[in-house]
Design a protein around this ligand. Structure first.
Ligand code: HEC
Ligand code: HEC
Ligand code: HEC
Ligand code: HEC
Ligand code: HEC
Ligand code: HEC
Ligand code: HEC
Ligand code: HEC
Ligand code: HEC
Ligand code: HEC
Ligand code: HEC
Ligand code: HEC
Length: 429
């Protein structure tokens, strides 16, 4: 059956996507909205015309009514916690057709309220259609600003697709639960989707700690200020992953780090390309967790790292410098000189991590031997390491109980975890 009613219902179920023009969308939605509030939601608000047709006959309207007499019969109009400031001046909206006639020409709200300003390029559908009453009661309401229903519920009467989307997601952003109008102007705005303030500013109105960091932190991430700013990574409404994230941090990060990027200190590597050719992934990356080590917005540390990690090939030993690695790995690894347990990088019980790293001068930093992201060598060892302008080879080979290095640093050496010391001696450089 293709009755108008059937057609209307189908529009409600399918949302707005199938409509070809905004105008059709507006018309349909307003019809649906009218049906919503005329049927169930606000039965008392039906106009007298509808009321007389549907319910018991009411007292007939008088033919005339002198100015100032209206309240004698229509006292209900102003019995609401919130009333329109002009509510008792009936004639400011209901202008008698002739003097004292009880027949009126209704003034449009827009005669007094200019809801669309000159630079408002984006006008909300029902406002464009002049349907102020889809959201407001003209006389009075239980809610501030004469809205028919407060907050998100008002919007979701028409935005049933958004309502369904929010219901499907595990986490809804706090202000979305409360009031869509904190971010969207319900009437019109210069920004797309009637956003009140464009871009990151909209978010930073509330996220004040971040606002401060984005000015003061030592290392800033351009991801926050390019393209779509915060919503490069966050969904403003809801998410299945928590923290309003649109995807796992790895998917998000690699959506931009799939090519070289220009940073203040020079080029930043194409990380995606690297991971595709160096497939032995470091634990956290296997778990798609780039933010295990990096902060997404800004940081006090080199390369947006969460904690300290030396930028250089050499650094005097101080465990604090390696806080990043030691937040997941055993700090004793570089602290104890002799061990049969804490590390596999030992010659007999001589800890070769200690030997290389733990020095007051020219301690080798982890980067001298390890890749942070992934590698082709065992134990995330590097093939080469930048040493000035030279790519110094590391030349590592694993052996059954140890390994062998032929690095650019010294003659080839071998170590074995069996309790015999081979080529290393304590205090050696
Ligand atoms: C003697 C009683 C009485 C007085 C005085 C009176 N009305 Fe009415 N009015 C009615 C009745 C009865 C109806 C029809 C049923 C209803 O809506 O309550 C009505 C209906 C209306 C309607 C809805 C119908 C339409 O034409 O849209 C408006 C608007 C209205 N009145 C405005 C006014 C205004 C403005 C005044 C003062 C200038 C006024 N009335 C004075 C009794 C009165
Ligand atoms: C700010 C503008 C405005 C003012 C002021 C106003 N009205 Fe109305 N009134 C309207 C509009 C618009 C409608 C149509 C509502 C609808 O279609 O749902 C309406 C509808 C009505 C109706 C019929 C439906 C209903 O809600 O009961 C009556 C009766 C009515 N007005 C009476 C009055 C009286 C009496 C006054 C003064 C005490 C008054 N109005 C003041 C705008 C106004
Ligand atoms: C004759 C002029 C006039 C008309 C017509 C008029 N208003 Fe108003 N309205 C005012 C004035 C004056 C105020 C108080 C000052 C302000 O907020 O602009 C007001 C305030 C409001 C407010 C804010 C109320 C609050 O609690 O802060 C809303 C909402 C509103 N009007 C909605 C409407 C709607 C909807 C219509 C049409 C049904 C309408 N107005 C028609 C003059 C009018
Ligand atoms: C989609 C729902 C919706 C529609 C349609 C709508 N409004 Fe509003 N209006 C609101 C909400 C929600 C508020 C609460 C204040 C806010 O957040 O701006 C509001 C606030 C207002 C205010 C008081 C605050 C202000 O911005 O001045 C006025 C006046 C007003 N609306 C008039 C109108 C008029 C006139 C129309 C028709 C041209 C209209 N509204 C259409 C939802 C709507
Ligand atoms: C009376 C029904 C109705 C109500 C209530 C309503 N909207 Fe809308 N909204 C529409 C229509 C119709 C469109 C235009 C749809 C289109 O163009 O496809 C629209 C469009 C939008 C858009 C732009 C969407 C896009 O894809 O371009 C946003 C954002 C929006 N509304 C937010 C809100 C918010 C926030 C509220 C509550 C304050 C609200 N709406 C309440 C009917 C409504
Ligand atoms: C925290 C701010 C914020 C709140 C609160 C918010 N929105 Fe949005 N909304 C946005 C931003 C930002 C966009 C633009 C998203 C984009 O460009 O991808 C948007 C886009 C939209 C769109 C159009 C694009 C789309 O995703 O369909 C609709 C419709 C919409 N919002 C409706 C709503 C409704 C309904 C609510 C309340 C239930 C709401 N919004 C609450 C910020 C918000
Ligand atoms: C009206 C205030 C407000 C606005 C505007 C706002 N937020 Fe929020 N946001 C909150 C509140 C309240 C929470 C929940 C409390 C919290 O964890 O800080 C939250 C939570 C979050 C969270 C999750 C925090 C966590 O620890 O789980 C993220 C991410 C977020 N918002 C991002 C955004 C983005 C992006 C925007 C802009 C599109 C935005 N917010 C706009 C108030 C706001
Ligand atoms: C490059 C992607 C990206 C961008 C751009 C981004 N964020 Fe985030 N944001 C994240 C990730 C990932 C997390 C989760 C961090 C975690 O789990 O420790 C997060 C966490 C948050 C949190 C939760 C508290 C916190 O700091 O951990 C808030 C609030 C937040 N972001 C707001 C914003 C705002 C506001 C903007 C824009 C100014 C923004 N984000 C831009 C990726 C991003
Ligand atoms: C929207 C694109 C975009 C996204 C998404 C993105 N980045 Fe970036 N990132 C950049 C750009 C552009 C630069 C170079 C400019 C700069 O240093 O901020 C950069 C630089 C970096 C740097 C080097 C910073 C420096 O200056 O030393 C690191 C580290 C980084 N990103 C990590 C991440 C991580 C981790 C994620 C995921 C949480 C991520 N990026 C997501 C665009 C992005
Ligand atoms: C185990 C910790 C860790 C994880 C997890 C991690 N990173 Fe890094 N990342 C680092 C360290 C340490 C550096 C600095 C490396 C250096 O300079 O030797 C770095 C550097 C970077 C750089 C700058 C590269 C350059 O050109 O110097 C980018 C971009 C980057 N990481 C992105 C990512 C992305 C994207 C992910 C997730 C796929 C990720 N990181 C996961 C530790 C990590
Ligand atoms: C967020 C936690 C985390 C951080 C920070 C971290 N790692 Fe790892 N690392 C892991 C996990 C998890 C594994 C995998 C362990 C496994 O598979 O048994 C791993 C494995 C390794 C391995 C290989 C171990 C093996 O036996 O295969 C090396 C080498 C390594 N990490 C070095 C580093 C260095 C150097 C840093 C500092 C730049 C660092 N890690 C920072 C979590 C972390
Ligand atoms: C001189 C080169 C070198 C330096 C510098 C170095 N490592 Fe290693 N690391 C190795 C080698 C070689 C292995 C493999 C040991 C084996 O399994 O035979 C290794 C293994 C590891 C492992 C795997 C577990 C273990 O101890 O066997 C971790 C974790 C690790 N290194 C972390 C670090 C951290 C953190 C730093 C910086 C504080 C660091 N390494 C500095 C060469 C180095």
């Amino acid at each position: 059956m293709d009755t108008p009613r059937g057609r209307r219902l189908r529009v409600t179920a399918g949302g707005f996507q199938n409509t070809t023009t905004a105008l059709i969308g507006v018309a349909m939605i307003v019809l649906v909205a009218a049906a919503v509030y005329a049927n169930g939601a606000q039965p008392q608000q039906a106009t007298p015309a509808r009321a007389t047709a549907a319910a018991a006959p009411r007292r007939a309207a008088p033919a005339t009514a002198a100015a100032g007499t209206c309240m004698q019969c229509h006292g209900d109009v102003v019995k609401h916690p919130v009333v329109h400031p002009k509510a008792t001046e009936c004639e400011s909206c209901h202008v008698p057709k002739t003097r004292d006639a009880h027949q009126f020409d209704d003034k449009k709200c827009t005669v007094c309220h200019q809801m669309v300003k000159k630079d408002d390029k984006f006008v909300h559908g029902p406002v464009a259609a002049g349907e102020c009453l889809a959201c407001h009661d003209p006389h009075g309401s239980e809610e501030p600003q004469l809205v028919r229903v407060f907050g998100a519920d008002l919007c979701q009467r028409c935005h049933v697709d958004m309502k369904a989307r929010l219901a499907e997601k595990r986490f809804t952003h706090e202000p979305v639960k409360e009031d869509c109008a904190t971010c969207h102007n319900p009437h019109a705005s210069p920004s797309k989707y009637q956003i009140r303030v464009d871009g990151a500013e909209q978010c930073l109105v509330c996220h004040k700690t971040l606002r401060k960091e984005l000015v003061t932190a030592r290392v800033q991430h351009e991801a926050v200020s390019v393209d779509r700013e915060c919503i490069n990574c966050h969904d403003p409404h809801a998410s299945d992953l928590g923290k309003q994230l649109k995807g796992t941090s790895m998917d998000l990060c690699l959506s931009c780090h799939d090519r070289e990027q220009d940073a203040p200190g020079g080029k930043v590597q194409n990380v995606k390309g690297w991971l595709e050719t160096h497939t032995d992934l470091h634990g956290p990356i296997r778990q798609q967790d780039c933010v295990g080590c990096h902060l997404p917005h800004d940081s006090e540390h080199f390369r947006l790292l969460r904690k300290d990690y030396p930028e250089t090939f050499y650094s005097p030993y101080n465990p604090k410098n390696y806080e990043l690695c030691f937040s997941c790995h055993e700090p004793d690894l570089a602290k104890v000189e002799r061990t049969a347990t804490v590390t596999g990088f030992r010659d007999g019980d001589l800890n070769l991590h200690f030997l290389h790293v733990n020095r007051t001068e020219k301690g080798r930093t982890c980067r001298a031997c390890h890749e942070a992201h992934s590698s082709t060598e065992p134990k995330h060892l590097r093939e080469t390491v930048p040493f000035g302008e030279w790519q110094l080879p590391v030349g590592y080979t694993q052996t059954p109980d140890g390994g062998r290095c032929a690095p650019g640093c010294h003659l080839p050496k071998e170590y074995s975890r069996k309790l015999v010391q081979t080529t290393h001696s304590p205090g050696e450089r």
